[in-house]
Ligand binder design. Structure first.
Ligand code: HEM
Length: 135
């Protein structure tokens, strides 16, 4: 895990926390641009969905230096998505959509250190979700 203790990184996480709703909205925009066929899977109110996603992002941020908590969350999320029939390729695109959304919103605060910390966490989540995608 990347130590997330330099001042700039801490500022970036605060920024991500403050902008979580915009990051979530941008994630779904990017996801549906890239993989429009996934849109029909969503039945919840979009605003409610974005809030759930945003609160998950905050939990992810809190697990950057807690690998066990991250894995436990990845397993929960993967169970919650079981049965949607999402392919590994579609999950790979979701990974790109999330990194892109973080970059769009955080801009210069999305430094290489911050990006590395997010990429590692998101890879754990996506790998776990994609493994069970075809269950
Ligand atoms: C291709 C990628 C993905 C697809 C197709 C997908 C699909 C879905 C669907 C269909 C729901 C249920 C919502 C409804 O019924 O309207 C859902 C819920 C949810 N998704 Fe995803 N998802 C994807 C990736 C992700 C990722 C990467 C994350 C987090 C990093 C995430 C976090 C959540 C959360 C927090 C919920 C809310 C409730 C729950 O835990 O069951 N999803 N997703």
């Amino acid at each position: 895990m990347v130590p997330v203790n330099d001042r700039l990184s801490q500022e970036s996480f605060q920024q991500a926390f403050a902008q979580k709703a915009r990051i979530a909205a941008r994630f779904y925009e990017r996801l549906f641009e890239q993989t429009p066929e996934l849109q029909s899977l969503f039945h919840n109110d979009q605003r409610h969905q974005q809030e759930m996603f945003a609160s998950l992002l905050v939990t992810v941020m809190r697990t950057f230096d807690k690998p066990d908590a991250l894995i436990a969350m990845a397993q929960r999320l993967s169970r919650a998505h079981k049965g949607y029939g999402v392919t590994p390729e579609q999950y790979a695109k979701a990974e790109g959509a999330l990194i892109g959304a973080l970059r769009d919103v955080l801009q210069e605060k999305f430094t290489p250190t911050v990006e590395e910390a997010w990429r590692r966490a998101i890879q754990v989540l996506i790998t776990c979700m994609a493994d069970r995608g075809a269950d």
